[in-house]
Design a protein around this ligand. Structure first.
Ligand SMILES: [Zn+2]
Ligand SMILES: [Zn+2]
Length: 445
């Protein structure tokens, strides 16, 4: 499960370290925002996109070997414009994946000549650019051509990196044919996404929907050679048939001992699990269970970690683990996917819901979350509009869900949150309302 592991990126960049935690914390890709104040629109719509790749100083790109390649050689190809920078770890992480996809596509004889990627760098200097480019087997806009790099950023409204914009060969004058969420698509579908046309993507979405509509616990959790899960070591049952989970609400807990944010979250989930089990005691018609889906490095780490959990597990290194991570599009761990009694997906936001509502989140359904959100809104009405928080020097303002772009990472407890938050309007610092520690200013203090 390589994509879930922390990449040990050797870089002298200071920025790298600050962002390390975000990789594991994220459910959604983390984007770095450009400051776009310096970019003025000077590229008219409807211009042949390939002509924008050439500057007035030259009409060539750099190959991976450093040779000049004429822009006109891209004629007739599906072209991916890859906006990226080596100082930002989500970029380097995605580059590794993209290289893999690119090489696989280049090995297909029918794709090879019809596809190319062009790197549009936001690196800090030429050395950084050269170092980063050497890891890429495709073409690049020369670093010195700042004008073209800016024009492309402006033309395609690139607001964050990594960003992959796909241009179609026959429609390269049409804005409507441009696909801007190439990063998302490559993460989701890999080589399958090619040739990135609207038709192809519709087809993939349709297929995926069919798969999810017909999913069952057994289609998700078993394979030909295994129809059971591991019982908890302390329980008498060494193995539990997957069939016995039928009719229960089931949480799939993607985690690993090496995962830093999980060190806080796992004990929290254990406590919530036990409280939910207590609530359900004596109720015959419903039950709750969690299944640990491990991406531990080895059997020993798996075993010692599983030891701390009161629920079930898929055996270490089982092939369904990778399949589940891909199927549910798990980008970071820990992550909790909740399945309903019919085996269908209820939510992939189990971790946030546990953090926000604890055991009250059960059974994690839309109806339940709707009720909880209403309650939160009521509570928020009674909260002060602004707060001073001892962990931050600016005043914080109470903001509703979506104010800062949806999900956020609480700067106090480091956990994912959504819904109401106290946010610093000056620098974006954000905390859960429950995490605010007011600065005492009274005369008695
Ligand atoms: Zn918090
Ligand atoms: Zn601030």
């Amino acid at each position: 499960m390589e994509e879930l592991e922390k990449k040990n990126i050797s870089s002298t960049s200071m920025k790298e370290e600050e962002e390390e935690e975000e990789i594991d914390n994220s459910f959604v890709p983390v984007y770095h925002s450009f400051s776009s104040q310096n970019y003025h629109s000077h590229v008219a719509s409807g211009v042949d996109y390939l002509s924008i790749l050439a500057s007035k100083h030259g009409d060539f790109l750099l190959s991976s070997a450093g040779d000049q390649v004429k822009v006109s050689e891209l004629e007739g190809k599906v072209v991916g414009l890859y906006f990226s920078a080596n100082w930002y770890s989500p970029c380097t992480k995605f580059t590794n994946l993209l290289v893999n996809v690119y090489q696989q596509l280049k090995e297909c004889s029918n794709v090879n000549l019809g596809f190319e990627i062009v790197f549009v760098s936001s690196d800090e200097d030429l050395n950084a650019f050269n170092a980063y480019r050497s890891s890429m087997p495709w073409l690049a806009i020369p670093f010195s051509d700042l004008e073209t790099r800016r024009a492309l950023t402006q033309k395609f409204d690139v607001e964050g990196i990594p960003c992959l914009v796909i241009l179609q060969p026959n429609d390269n004058k049409l804005d409507s044919a441009v696909i801007k969420d190439g990063v998302e698509l490559v993460y989701r579908y890999g080589v399958q996404a090619f040739p990135f046309t609207r038709e192809r993507l519709e087809e993939l979405r349709e297929k995926e929907k069919e798969k999810h509509d017909s999913q069952t616990l057994s289609s998700l959790l078993t394979h030909e050679a295994r129809d059971f899960l591991l019982g908890h070591p302390s329980s008498k049952q060494a193995s539990v048939p997957v069939a016995s989970l039928k009719g229960k609400t089931v949480g799939l807990y993607f985690s690993a001992q090496w995962c830093i944010p999980a060190k806080k979250f796992t004990p929290r989930l254990v406590s919530v699990y036990e409280k939910i089990k207590q609530q359900l005691e004596g109720k015959e018609e419903e039950d709750f269970e969690i299944v640990f889906v491990s991406s531990d490095h080895n059997q020993v780490e798996f075993a010692t970690y599983f030891e701390t959990m009161p629920w079930l597990a898929i055996p270490f290194d089982d092939p369904t683990i990778k399949a589940l991570a891909k199927y549910f599009d798990i980008r970071g761990i820990p992550s909790l996917v909740v399945l309903g009694p019919d085996g269908k997906t209820v939510t992939k936001q189990g971790r946030s819901l546990v953090n926000l509502y604890k055991e009250n989140a059960y059974p994690f359904t839309k109806t339940r979350v709707g009720i909880l959100e209403k309650q939160m809104d009521e509570i928020a009405k009674g909260l002060p509009k602004t707060e001073t928080h001892s962990g931050h020097r600016h005043e914080l303002t109470l903001v509703p869900e979506g104010h800062g772009g949806g999900a956020f990472i609480c700067c106090d407890c480091d956990e994912q949150g959504y819904g109401w938050a106290y946010q610093c309007l000056e620098c974006g610092y954000e905390v859960h309302p429950k995490c605010v520690k007011p600065v005492c200013r009274g005369p008695d203090n």
